[in-house]
Design a protein around this ligand. Structure first.
Ligand SMILES: *Cc1c(COP(=O)(O)O)cnc(C)c1O
Length: 390
């Protein structure tokens, strides 16, 4: 007779099959149990035909991967522990010593830092290009260029780049393009339709929508490209926790409504700020006069709830810092796409390549991520904080 403590681990009970509920189940595993040795020997971690090890997928992560692939109109999706890991997955899988990668000057900063750090130390070179100028990309693609990063709009300064044109240049020159489409979230525009070969997302932003989970996704349509990315993904050991995957699955169903609500709220606040004498320039791609606005209009049906303002040049860093400190509902913090509105002051010039001279902004910049609070309350908060400018 087996002791009860063994039965606590090897219990004969299995619940009846056929359970169905709105939310997919959370399957947690490092170990996956095989029914017999033959099944163990025949294991195939690459094709989602079954399960081999927690790192290679569970019903929970497979379900999330399929939904993200569908969202972006892709065929394959890999989940990684952060948006930055999604960028790293692509660069590490596609580049080897002697290769070169091109990165936009207005790219998400850590993408450039990865190129300047690890990639450089592995003998992979990079060039920064001006994504607002397709001729600059055209001129910089060389025989060693194996990957071009794309991003729309640009990080912090929000200029909407001529994405289709940039992707077409990559295609013409036979260079793989990877688009960081976190801002679009698969809603404002479709990354593959814009011409990208690979689309990455920080699921940390709108897909999570809570400011509480870090995750990234790498989406492809091409089997061969996916296999290459998947091999690196497996060899470096990137995986995501089932509880985090479940959290994203739960939020994903409400993402479109949140995205559009935050878009509308952000446009209302941006329009109001634009009319204020303290503001020198509004940087929101959906607004006439914002850099790249015609490209946004051509490609997009919506915008994220994210914009920046450049304060009038008469306000220095200390004054804009005082404005930020006076904000009450807007919290000071990085990331975006969550329910809490956020503000971050930036000094843009050091973030941009001096060689390209692509920083025309003279005043101090503040980026706002609009959350889900009542717009009137957010406007009142901005108004009282503008009073602290002095
Ligand atoms: C936030 C962000 C990332 C990185 O996502 P993390 O999950 O924070 O690592 C990458 N690209 C863009 C455009 C982002 O906004």
């Amino acid at each position: 007779m087996r002791k009860p403590i063994t039965d606590l681990i090897h219990h004969p009970y299995t619940p009846p099959p056929g359970f169905s509920a709105p939310q997919p189940g959370v399957f947690k595993a490092s170990t996956v149990i095989f029914p017999n040795v033959a099944a163990m020997r025949a294991r195939d971690w690459q094709h989602k035909a079954g399960y081999t090890y927690g790192l290679h997928g569970t019903p929970t992560t497979f379900t999330l991967e399929e939904r993200i692939a569908t969202l972006e109109g892709g065929k394959h999706c890999l989940l990684v522990p952060s948006g930055l890991a999604a960028i790293a997955n692509v660069s590490m899988a596609l580049l080897k010593a002697g290769d070169e990668v091109l990165i936009p000057d207005n790219a998400y900063g850590p993408n450039k830092a990865l190129a300047d750090g690890e990639l450089k130390s592995w003998g992979i070179t990079h060039q920064i290009y001006d994504a607002m100028n397709p001729a600059d990309l055209q001129a910089r693609i060389g025989p060693n260029t194996k990957l071009v990063w794309l991003e729309a709009p640009g990080s912090v300064t929000m200029e909407f780049v001529p994405l289709r044109e940039l992707a077409a240049i990559c295609r013409e020159r036979g260079v793989t393009s990877a688009l960081d489409s976190t801002w679009s979230a698969g809603i404002a525009f479709n990354g593959f339709d814009a011409g990208a070969d690979i689309v990455v997302h920080a699921l940390t932003k709108y897909p999570s929508g809570g400011g509480d989970v870090l995750m990234g996704a790498v989406v492809t349509r091409d089997d061969k490209l996916h296999r290459q990315l998947n091999l690196t993904h497996m060899r470096v050991g990137w995986g995501v926790g089932a509880n985090d995957a479940e959290t994203i699955l739960r939020s994903l169903s409400t993402m479109a409504v949140r995205y559009h609500a935050q878009d509308m709220a952000a446009r209302e606040l941006a329009a109001w700020l634009q009319g204020r004498p303290e503001i020198g320039q509004l940087l929101h791609p959906a607004f006439e006069g914002s850099p790249g606005h015609p490209h946004w209009r051509e490609l997009c049906t919506a915008a994220a709830g994210l914009f920046s303002v450049v304060f009038d040049a008469r306000y220095g860093t200390a004054q804009v810092d005082a404005f930020c400190d006076a904000l009450e509902l807007f919290k000071l913090g990085y990331s975006w796409g969550g329910p809490v509105s956020l503000a971050v002051p930036y000094d843009v010039a050091p973030m941009r390549s001096a060689r390209l001279g692509t920083c025309p902004y003279k005043g101090v910049l503040v980026r706002f991520s609009v959350g889900l609070e009542a717009v009137d309350d957010l406007r009142a908060d901005l108004e009282q904080a503008l009073g602290a400018l002095g």
